[in-house]
Design a protein around this ligand. Structure first.
Ligand code: NAP
Length: 250
């Protein structure tokens, strides 16, 4: 259903994985979509394939966010939907996690998401929709995930507080928390192919539906939260994990 006609949407990290699928979904629903990312070639590919506007922006760099806002204001004026999707993952045990590991994840996943919202607010229409991409890791005690998991838990806190602060402007703020999704992120973890496959097999067993999600399945939830179909939903989190987090211990 084309229920996002006349809406302008930004998808951060929209040149790959879940962001790419969300850009496709929002476009299919009639929105004009802007996608961001650092990789110019991947952005150009998304522009051609999805009929979206690509803007190079590094979410961990405040000047780059300012530049993004300037470009969006110049090209589109106001916007209606923001999907804070850009994020990175890497894993390390507590005794060997470095400051670089900590800062790189927090700078993109938390600081970047926080300031992207803050800086987009002046051009976000009242009645708009903000959606964070968090993760089931925010709720799990998965070994070696402390920094990534806490970055996503921090985003869940932003979700609740921003929902309260922005309610006066009728801006709805929600989060989607995916379980494992088949995307290029697993190739970026610095693990050997066999390690990724082993990890995937282990996780797959724990997921009630016995498979990873497709990015499009997360994108559909984003499309729903962005639309008036979710008009009474704010400050909420939708977990899209095939039953991973409710799987029984025995
Ligand atoms: N895949 C999963 O199983 C899963 C599960 C739960 C949550 N998530 C979350 O879903 C989101 C998307 O992940 P994905 O799985 O789709 O991975 P992906 O394919 O690696 O996509 C990550 C996206 O984020 C962008 N990005 C990374 N760092 C950035 C930065 N500093 N500035 C701007 N853009 C940046 C990347 O673009 P550039 O490289 O061009 O910058 C890319 O478009 C992440 O927040 C991730 O934590 C994923």
């Amino acid at each position: 259903m084309k229920n996002l006609e006349n809406k302008v949407a930004i998808v951060t990290g929209g040149n790959s994985g879940i962001g790419y699928a969300a850009a496709a979904e929002l476009t299919a629903k009639g929105a004009k979509v802007i996608v961001t990312g650092r990789n110019k070639e991947a952005l150009a590919k998304a522009e051609t394939e999805l009929n979206v506007t690509g803007i190079v922006a590094d979410q961990s760099d405040l000047k780059s966010i300012d530049n993004l806002v300037d470009q969006v204001r110049a090209k589109f004026g106001k916007i209606d939907i923001v999907f804070l999707n850009a994020g990175i993952a890497s894993f390390a045990p507590i005794d060997s996690a470095s400051e670089e590991h900590y800062d790189s994840i927090m700078n993109v996943n938390v600081k970047g998401a926080f300031f992207t919202v803050q800086k987009l607010l002046p051009i976000l229409n009242d009645g708009g929709s903000i959606i964070f991409n968090t993760s089931v890791n925010a709720h799990l005690g998965m070994p070696n995930s402390s920094v990534y998991a806490s970055s996503k838990a921090a985003v869940l806190s932003l979700n609740k507080v921003f929902a309260v602060e922005l309610a006066a402007r009728k801006i709805r703020v929600n989060a989607v928390s995916p379980g494992p999704v088949e995307t290029p992120i697993y190739g970026k973890l610095g693990l050997e192919k066999e390690e990724v496959e082993g990890f995937g097999a282990l996780l797959g067993e724990k997921i009630l539906l016995k498979r990873f999600a497709q990015a499009s399945e997360i994108a559909k939830t984003v499309g729903f939260l962005a639309s008036d179909d979710a008009s009474f939903i704010t400050g909420s989190e939708i977990v899209v994990d095939g039953g991973l987090t409710v799987n029984a211990v025995v």
